[in-house]
Design a protein. Structure first.
Length: 139
């Protein structure tokens, strides 16, 4: 497998951090042609060929009307594919804010700057899962 090594100039690199459930993504935006890399791979290879995930991570660029102007390099770990895709989306949106603060007016109404606080509820004692009870038997 061929690994692509990308070096960034610190002056033209914009960074955003995204989190969702237990996934954490560091996203780097650099002026370019609209290429996406997730952990050094194409997004379809890392996240699978689920079109929803691919559209999800591109949504902030479409909302800010800068699609095809920036290359996106994301380093993500933890969680599952859905959580990682949401974390990348939030990271891209936050990186777009560092480029231009006026992007907030475009991203905020779409709900792209809000971290989704939902996560797995802890298991309680005396229960099968967080809320599910053990089967009740009268006799």
């Amino acid at each position: 497998m061929v690994r692509t090594v990308i070096k960034h100039d610190k002056k033209t690199q914009f960074i955003g951090t995204g989190r969702r459930k237990t996934a954490i993504a560091r996203v780097f935006l650099t002026p370019g042609t609209g290429r996406f890399l997730v952990n050094g791979k194409e997004p379809s290879l890392h996240l699978g060929n689920v079109i929803n995930y691919l559209n999800l991570i591109k949504k902030p660029l479409e909302a800010a009307k800068v699609e095809g102007k920036y290359d996106v390099v994301a380093k993500v770990h933890g969680g599952g594919l859905s959580g990682q895709a949401d974390a990348i989306r939030l990271g891209v949106a936050r990186a777009l804010l560092t480029i231009d603060a006026s992007n907030k007016l475009l991203l905020k109404p779409e709900g792209l700057l809000t971290r989704d606080p939902r996560s797995k509820e802890r298991k309680k004692y005396g229960r099968k899962k967080a809320r599910k009870r053990f089967q009740f038997s009268k006799r």
